[in-house]
Ligand binder design. Structure first.
Ligand SMILES: Nc1ncnc2c1ncn2[C@@H]1O[C@H](COP(=O)(O)OP(=O)(O)OP(=O)(O)O)[C@@H](O)[C@H]1O
Ligand SMILES: [Mg+2]
Length: 401
């Protein structure tokens, strides 16, 4: 091995920053506009990104953090925890971390002011501004009235930012874990900050249930900009796969690319794994060809079967696996629609008998239904299920006990 061998540029694995964040430009552009508007004393609607695991919600939030920091805003991405009252300490904890402050902010005065506020609000910040800053909600007051403290926290952060002539962006990930009570407090904090024209922007990311959860927490959530984060189109998938190799001086042959684009179904989680495996298996250091793509598909496929995809499959409701498998043998392309009646016939049940299963599959994002038609929406389920049927590991007919 030579020392000049460039490092694998692809980033498989959840939460990894992709080398090229493809296909999300409209959302990023709108966020830039929001920053501008709020920065000029206006308001903006909150954004909520929702979608299946591995679609790239966290990666996109990361990009929004970068956008805000570029504008010299204080920007933090936090992951929600499921205990009641934890939103306050999660957000405060995010703000208390080092390197959160953009250039141009006076670190000393920020830490002083935030520390003073935290102490008054009963939020105990251990090691504020240090690498191991930890937050404890200390007093009875903060424990019993977390939503009041959230309102105060928003106000204080907004004022600190306004005094700097900048703003604050709070990006809340894994929103589906949050408690309704906490979210209710958060929406109160958001609307009170808006009333005072404070420069604070909030964005959410979470699984498919996120919109319903937010709406059940506050009626003002109706005004949130809900954005479904789905698969990338072929042009974006092409860029996501090709550009990182290009930059490293490795040529991606069109035939190989076409195979990977098709197999990936535009699913960001698949794209990075396929890119990474193609890079690793290539025999010519300067090019990735169709043979490499073929080997990469075989390798990645095994990874997916043993990993998240296989797990998601076994978590499906019992009849659901038969339904998905029946769809997969009836269609030619992964996300193609098919008549519900044909699926029902193949599994040996009536459409009515399957209605409950259908709903549960839809709630999990495995399928989509529309006017008597059904299609698979979880990337990978098409080939996964078809493979099980082909190898005789799954019977299509549902045998009731
Ligand atoms: N727009 C994109 N273009 C290319 N690759 C992407 C894109 N978005 C995400 N990825 C890659 O896809 C994978 C999954 O991304 P990410 O972890 O952000 O998904 P997620 O939606 O947050 O998943 P989860 O719901 O499990 O948290 C990562 O490897 C990431 O680098
Ligand atoms: Mg994520």
């Amino acid at each position: 091995m030579t020392t000049t061998e460039p490092r694998n540029p692809y980033r498989p694995g959840l939460g990894e920053v992709p080398p090229v964040l493809a296909g999300r430009e409209p959302i990023i552009d709108r966020f830039y506009l929001d920053l501008e508007q709020v920065g000029e004393g206006g308001t903006a609607r909150e954004t909520a990104l929702y979608g299946l695991r591995g679609m790239g919600k966290t990666a996109l939030l990361g990009e929004l953090v970068r956008a805000a920091r570029q504008a010299e805003w204080l920007a933090v991405r936090v992951e929600t925890e499921s205990e009641v009252g934890s939103l306050v300490s999660t957000i405060a904890g995010g703000v208390a971390r080092p390197r959160v402050l953009p250039v141009g902010w006076d670190r000393g005065s920020f830490l002083n002011r935030f520390g003073e506020f935290a102490a008054g609000a009963g939020i105990n910040v251990v090691g504020l501004g240090g690498v191991d800053a930890r937050i404890r909600v200390k007093t009875k007051e903060a424990e019993t009235r977390p939503s009041e403290v959230l309102v105060d926290l928003y106000q204080e952060l907004g004022r600190i930012a306004a005094d700097q002539g900048r703003g604050v962006a709070l990006l809340i990930d894994e929103t589906q874990r949050a408690r309704v009570e906490d979210l209710r407090g958060l929406f109160r904090a958001i609307s009170e900050a808006k009333t005072e024209q404070l420069p604070v922007i909030t964005a959410f990311a979470g699984l498919l249930e996120t919109p319903d959860l937010l709406m059940s927490a506050a009626t003002s959530a109706e005004r949130v900009h809900f954005e479904e984060i789905g698969v990338l189109d072929p042009a974006a998938t092409y860029r996501a796969l090709r550009t990182p190799a290009d930059r490293a001086g490795v040529v991606f042959d069109q035939d190989g690319l076409d195979m990977l684009i098709e197999f990936s179904e535009g699913y960001p989680y698949f794209i990075q794994q396929l890119g990474s495996d193609s890079w690793n298996v290539r025999s010519d250091p300067e090019r990735i060809g169709p043979d490499d793509a073929e080997r990469a598909i075989a390798l990645s496929r095994r990874q997916f079967e043993r990993g998240a995809l296989g797990r998601r499959w076994v978590e499906l409701p019992e009849w659901g696996r038969h339904v998905v498998a029946a769809i997969s043998v009836l269609v030619d392309r992964p996300a193609q629609w098919v008549e519900m009646g044909k699926v029902a016939e193949l599994v040996g049940k009536t459409s009515t008998e399957l209605s409950m299963t259908r709903r549960r599959l839809r709630d999990r994002g495995a399928v989509d239904t529309e006017r008597g038609q059904i299609r698979i929406t979880q990337p990978g389920f098409h080939w996964y299920a078809a493979g099980l049927v082909e190898r005789g590991e799954l019977e299509l007919r549902i045998v009731s006990v």
